[in-house]
Each structure stands twice: as structure tokens, then as C-alpha cells.
Design a protein around this ligand. Structure first.
Ligand SMILES: [Zn+2]
Ligand SMILES: [Zn+2]
Length: 272
């Protein structure tokens, strides 16, 4: 299994996973917060034909995750997997039409039940975030490698930590520095939202989660969904280094413009 990102942050998110034989791999997109033209251009950057995407899984209805999903799906015929709550929210925002269900391209998923998409198994789990029915997930390859994703989450629950403890690689939000957030030009309501239990993970809370992942499985972590306004790459680098380096766990940082280049989940290629 390998993964890449087309961009990570409040202006648009999209992760790609690829698993299986080169001739017939499974290619999964998690979220698509970019317009179709931009998505196609960014897919080209990582060498993927839009027609070759087998499915899009949507974590929740915020524009930076769902903005491009249905237009992409209509253009390329890609099936969309999402929870009932996210589907209802997408209808309310007129991102799609009720009759899109009849095309067979919408698959409603349960936020606690594993689901198979070709060679990949998804293990979704609910997260505290200010959306209708948000999920994050583990993605398991046929060889048993597991990558966890956790972004857009305001606080850590015992359930999500238990799920992430199974992961060999992890994409983890490190959204903001609380001090930079409090000194930012954001209106008070936005500051409250971002730092609340249903907002986004601060650098410190991300580090606390990393410390709780003690199964010994974890080999590599990507810092994701960093705020351009209220975070600084160097701070994340320093904090994660202190938590992860003594444990021999490699890490890297995804960004809004460049995203994240393909990283193989071959155990020999783990270390950064
Ligand atoms: Zn987001
Ligand atoms: Zn969100």
C-alpha cells in the first residue's frame, strides 16, 4: 500500500491510497475539496488518471473535504461512499441531488462497520467534529498494512485512540498552536469553534494522541491539516521530533499546495 495527498489544509483536502498488483491496483480517494479542474491537475502531478480512481470516501460535509466530490463523481462515474448524515448534509447544501442515489454511485456506509472496496478494507469510526455524522478511518491493505487517518477532530476519544493503535502508518491532524490561534485575527466565534471539543486538533493534543499509541505498530506519521494562519511548520517539526524520534518513528508534514508525495507502506520504506 502507498499513499499521497493532493493537498492538506483548510483550502482543500484529498488523500489517495493505492494497493495491490500494478496491473489492477485499487485506488481510493479520501475526500476531495478541490474543484474538478484543480483535482485533475493535482492528480496528474502524482501520476494518476482520474478515470483510474475506484471510489471516493467522504469524511464529512465541510467544503474543504466534500467541495469537489460530486462534480468529480458525475464527470468520471466514481462511486461515492459516505455516511447517511453526510449525505443528508450534502443534499441540504445542494452539493448533489436526491436522484443521484438512483445512479448507484452513492454508497451509504455505517460509521462503525468495516467495508470492502476492492482490495482495501475501510474501518470507519465516528469523531467529535462539528458536522452531521463525521467519520475518520483505518485503511487496511490485503497484506494487512493499516494506515489510520484522523483530521477534523476536536478531541480524542478512547474509541478513536483504540482504533488508531492498530495503525502502522498514520495521517494525523496538527491544526493549530493555541497561542497563535488566540493571537490571530480570527473572530472570537471562530477561535472558539476551532479550539473546541468539536473543532480541530491542536499541536499539543496531536502529541498527546501520539503518546497514547503504544501498541508498537506505528512506524510513520504524517502531520496534516496544518493551519496557514495559526500554525508554523517548525513548531510542529520540533514538537513531533520530541515525541516520535526517541521511539524511532519517522514523520513528515503534508502541506496545502504541494500535498504529500507518494509514500510506500512497504515496511522497509517506513523510516523517514
Ligand atoms: Zn477540514
Ligand atoms: Zn471539518
Amino acid at each position: 500500500m502507498k499513499f499521497a495527498s493532493l493537498g492538506s489544509g483548510s483550502e482543500g483536502n484529498c488523500w489517495l491510497f493505492e494497493c495491490g498488483a500494478e496491473k489492477a491496483p485499487t485506488r481510493l480517494m479520501v475526500d476531495c475539496g478541490f474543484a474538478v479542474k484543480e483535482t485533475v491537475a493535482r492528480l496528474e502531478r502524482v501520476g494518476i488518471d482520474p478515470q483510474a480512481v475506484d471510489a471516493i470516501v467522504v469524511t464529512h460535509e465541510h467544503g474543504d473535504h466534500i467541495g469537489g466530490v460530486f462534480k468529480f463523481s458525475r464527470k468520471f462515474g466514481t462511486p461515492v461512499y459516505l455516511t447517511h448524515g453526510t449525505w443528508r448534509a450534502a443534499l441540504r447544501s445542494r452539493l448533489t441531488e436526491p436522484d443521484y442515489l438512483e445512479t448507484g454511485r452513492v454508497v451509504l456506509i455505517d460509521s462503525h462497520s468495516p467495508i470492502q472496496i476492492k482490495k482495501l478494507t475501510l474501518h470507519p469510526f465516528p469523531v467529535p467534529h462539528d458536522a452531521a455524522e463525521p467519520i475518520q478511518m483505518l485503511i487496511e491493505s490485503s497484506a494487512g498494512f493499516i494506515t489510520g487517518i484522523l483530521t477534523d477532530c476536536g478531541s480524542a476519544t478512547a474509541h478513536l485512540v483504540g482504533m488508531l493503535n492498530r495503525a502502522h502508518a498514520l495521517i494525523l491532524e496538527s491544526n493549530h498552536c493555541p497561542e497563535m490561534l488566540s493571537n490571530s485575527p480570527y473572530p472570537p466565534s471562530l477561535k472558539k469553534r476551532v479550539s473546541g471539543d468539536y473543532g480541530h486538533l491542536s499541536n499539543q493534543v496531536a502529541c498527546d494522541i501520539l503518546k497514547r499509541l503504544t501498541s508498537g505498530n506505528l512506524r510513520f506519521v504524517v502531520a496534516a491539516h496544518l493551519s496557514k494562519t495559526t500554525n508554523c511548520k517548525d513548531v510542529v517539526q520540533q514538537m513531533w521530533h520530541e515525541v516520535l524520534s526517541p521511539r524511532g518513528i519517522g514523520f513528515d508534514i503534508a502541506c496545502q499546495e504541494a500535498g504529500f508525495a507518494w509514500r510506500s507502506l512497504d515496511p522497509t520504506a517506513f523510516a523517514a
